[in-house]
Design a protein. Structure first.
Length: 156
């Protein structure tokens, strides 16, 4: 059963589920600290977009991780992912993506794609651990600094 979007995080536990509008500022605060991070307006826009699926992890009464996907036909794409620095290497990204990808598969997505900076070793290790495989390269996809993107895909 899907957890309720407005259920509070239990003490000491991590809650994973679809984001509520009230989670947007917390997600934006995490995104403000990462490369290519989304603004609050961008997150609020995604929350209002029919094709977007925004998920978060709540821990210690706060938003601790954020992920945004887009769904089109039977394909999903992971458009943003970040975990608050204090919560990294504690399994939150793994838990959040596992829960969200299961929900996307249940609504009909057959595959999920993502782009990641070539130099982003932590994220590439995470995605490989979750079963994403490299399927292409997008030269100079990113700016500030300019860098190639590795395109990765996971069958759901
Ligand atoms: C990448 C990121 C989302 C990982 O989040 P996280 O919650 O720390 O990841 P998890 O604890 O769930 O790690 C799961 C697995 O991913 C890999 N991994 C995660 N961080 C890693 C790191 N710093 N170095 C090497 N492997 C790493 C490991 O295989 C890890 O499993 P293990 O801890 O059992 O070894 C986080 O570092 C982050 O927010 N980075 C900045 C934003 C970013 O780069 N987003 C991705 C954009 S494409």
């Amino acid at each position: 059963m899907m957890p309720r979007a407005d259920a509070p995080a239990a003490a000491g536990a991590v809650w994973y589920g679809p984001m509520a509008p009230a989670d947007a500022p917390g997600a934006a605060a995490i995104e403000a600290g990462v490369a290519d991070g989304w603004s609050l307006a961008g997150i609020e826009g995604a929350l209002a977009a029919p094709a977007a699926r925004c998920w978060c992890a709540r821990a210690g009464g706060q938003v601790a991780a954020f992920a945004a996907f887009t769904c089109a036909a039977d394909e999903a794409s992971l458009d943003a992912l970040s975990v608050a620095p204090a919560w990294r290497r504690r399994g939150l990204a793994r838990g959040l993506l596992t829960a969200a990808l299961a929900a996307l598969a249940a609504e009909g997505a057959a595959a999920c794609y993502l782009e990641v900076r070539r130099s982003n070793t932590p994220a590439r290790a995470l995605y490989a651990a979750l079963g994403f495989a490299p399927v292409g390269l997008r030269p100079r996809f990113y700016e500030n600094p300019a860098e190639d993107a590795v395109l990765m895909k996971k069958e759901l």
